[in-house]
Design a protein around this ligand. Structure first.
Ligand code: CP
Length: 308
């Protein structure tokens, strides 16, 4: 029984295999269309989501399985005070695998500690978002043809941005990946990423405040939204929300083969005039997110298909 709480729950070999599997699923969808017949996904979403929930649900449907679940805490018995542990015990009576999003860091880990079926963290507070990382890795691999030997700029809310924490944890395991961390001082990486992941692994990184200064050296620019829902103080959010805005004009300073990623949703941090640029890869992340979640569930459920 395997759970996925962070990208570290998957080895580099497994990540590479899941990417190969997702590529095969994209090329030959009919081969996998019955792989999860009679199996169910419980999508337990205590916090809003568009991409992650829709792509998990589509992934299970595309594997021939079915989906149950709830889309907000208010539509579940959590509003009556039911614990995450009890909720997952109930869901696991009906489902074969669980995807959980929760505003509290560690909630999916509590679920995993009591669940008799695999639990996948679909985003826990400002902590981790491993399946977004799967989508990010596949997008980078598809755009650049590799996951090694590159300079990755990560810009915006590095403190509360769970996708950033997961992506860094995954990318440090590929050779010669350097990071440029671009954020206001108040939104720098938490120490469990800066100290425990970057410094502990002797990873080459620099911190900058100005995006313009970093842009020309980057092979990947990963923009993020300032996470309004994690701020204690509305004034702080308002002060920082428009700190970074990438637009077509600024993008002129970037390399011709630098790709722009963003986990989405965006607010103002990428102007819509960037969307038509061939380097804009943020909707590719959405595209690959579904296939990567298919491949992950296929792997955790130990499914098999016969070659036609
Ligand atoms: N990237 C992401 O997790 O988006 P949603 O919040 O819409 O799922």
């Amino acid at each position: 029984l395997r759970h996925v709480m962070s990208p570290l729950d998957l080895s580099v070999e497994e990540l590479d295999k899941i990417m190969d599997l997702a590529a095969d699923m994209e090329a030959k969808p009919e081969k996998y269309a019955h792989a999860a017949e009679r199996l169910k996904l419980a999508a337990l979403f205590y916090e809003p989501s568009t991409r992650t929930r829709l792509s998990f649900e589509t992934a299970m449907l595309n594997l021939g399985g079915q989906v149950i679940g709830f889309h907000s805490a208010t539509s579940s018995s959590a509003t009556k005070g039911e614990s995450v542990a009890d909720t997952v015990r109930v869901a696991a009576q009906f489902a074969d695998i669980v995807a959980m999003r929760h505003p509290k860091e560690g909630a999916p880990m509590v679920a995993a500690s009591v669940s008799p079926v695999p639990v996948i963290n679909a985003g826990d507070g400002g902590h981790q978002h491993p399946t977004q990382t799967l989508a990010d890795l596949m997008t980078i691999r598809t755009c650049k043809g590799r996951l090694s030997d590159m300079t990755v700029g990560i810009c915006g809310d590095l403190k509360f941005g769970r996708t950033v924490h997961s992506l860094i944890s995954a990318l440090v395991r590929y050779p010669n990946v350097k990071f440029v961390l671009i954020s206001p001082e108040e939104l720098q990486l938490p120490s469990y990423v800066k100290e425990d992941v970057l410094k502990a692994n002797n990873i080459d990184y620099v911190e900058k405040i100005r995006l313009e200064e970093a842009l020309p050296d980057l092979d990947i620019l990963y923009m993020t939204r300032v996470q309004k829902e994690r701020f204690f103080n509305e004034d702080d959010y308002v002060r920082m929300k428009d700190f970074y805005v990438l637009n077509r004009e600024k993008l002129q300073a970037a390399k011709k083969d630098m790709y722009v990623l963003h986990p989405l949703p965006r607010v103002n941090e990428i102007a819509v005039d960037v969307d038509d640029d061939p380097r804009a890869a943020y909707f590719n992340q959405v595209y690959w997110g579904m296939y990567m979640r298919m491949a992950l569930m296929y792997t955790l459920l130990e499914l098999e298909v016969k070659e036609c």
